[in-house]
Ligand binder design. Structure first.
Ligand SMILES: [Zn+2]
Length: 326
């Protein structure tokens, strides 16, 4: 049985159990936080809050979450280790990669492949050895190894920065076997762009989750991507600003009816604290929390004909297959 890297170390893929494939813990604009720390407040209270929220999640039977918080989203592994140590019933898989819809962060801006080639570096793309190191050696001396790769493409499409990151993630996948999740914007069919780039890089779609697929209810488009071998991330349950609970759930129902439970994974894309959202806005998103799938989504799916075995496929078998490299 393959092993999967988690914050507390490797575990057998068979032990992952019920898994939510896209849940953040903290999403932070790090330099804003360092200079305007009032809203974040007391560090230990934030850690306590995360321990409480993740313990409540584990109490529903969820055994594993994948936290795709990478560069651009404020990843800080020592804080995640503090949380993980206090939620022993929950495995946390962390990720590496870079999150942008437009340009690369300035750290990478002038470290271009052209400059690195002139300098005689073996690997022209500086992100590749950084990401490979996170997967094979661990992140920033913590010993915690990344178990997922992450990049993003949104409405602006394949900008030069987005393309650099996506190809770096693809090459890291080929070098390490670590699976990929891509933030996509399915309303503009960015999954088709991911399909082209991954094919050009020689990446098998079965190693790639098209995240946020559930933002769309275009089941023909989603079916085509699933049938091409991609995993569909129905992973924003509770974010019902531009869609509805029923539209998200009905899309899963219809894809199950089409025989595609074996290509879907579920999650909320929730966080214990995300500084992108004014705290005063959160009351308008009452379902956006770690317990929504258990409390609302699964009962709805069962009522609408999704079988217990299809639910197990989406929550247990598919994540084990993705994370275990099967
Ligand atoms: Zn996310």
């Amino acid at each position: 049985m393959p092993t999967v890297e988690t914050v507390r170390g490797p575990v057998d893929a068979a032990e992952l159990g019920r898994t939510y494939m896209h849940e953040h813990i903290f999403v932070l604009s790090t330099d804003v936080q360092q200079n305007y720390p009032d809203e974040w407040g007391d560090e230990s209270e934030r850690v306590d809050d995360a321990v409480a929220k993740l313990s409540a999640l584990a109490a529903t039977g969820v055994r594993t979450i994948v936290d795709p918080t990478v560069i651009g989203l404020g990843r800080y592994i020592p804080r995640i280790q503090q949380v993980a140590d206090r939620v022993p019933d929950l495995h946390i898989v962390v990720a590496t990669g870079c999150y942008t819809y437009q340009d690369v962060p300035f750290f990478f801006h002038h470290r271009t492949p052209a400059v690195r080639t002139l300098l005689g570096k073996d690997e022209p793309e500086v992100m590749v050895p950084m990401f490979v190191g996170d997967v094979l050696d661990g992140i920033a001396g913590t010993g915690v190894r990344a178990g997922m790769l992450k990049c993003a493409i949104d409405e602006p499409g394949l900008t030069p920065g987005v393309e650099r990151v996506m190809r770096a993630v693809a090459r890291t996948h080929l070098a390490t076997g670590c699976p990929i999740t891509v933030h996509t914007h399915p309303g503009t069919h960015q999954g088709l762009v991911v399909q082209r780039v991954m094919a050009e890089e020689g990446v098998d779609p079965r190693g790639v989750v098209l995240g946020h697929s559930g933002d769309s209810s275009d089941v023909d488009h989603l079916s085509a991507l699933a049938e091409a071998g991609f995993w569909l991330g129905m992973d924003r349950f509770g974010i019902n600003l531009e869609t509805t609970f029923e539209a998200r759930a009905d899309t899963v129902v219809e894809l199950c009816r089409r025989g595609l439970a074996g290509r879907m994974v579920l999650a909320h894309d929730a966080a214990c604290y995300i500084d992108w959202v004014d705290p005063d806005v959160l009351p308008f998103m009452p379902q956006w929390h770690y317990l929504h799938i258990e409390q609302d989504v699964l009962p709805y799916l069962r009522e609408h004909g999704v079988s217990e075995s299809q639910i197990t496929t989406m929550l247990v078998d598919n994540p084990r297959s993705i994370l275990g490299g099967g």
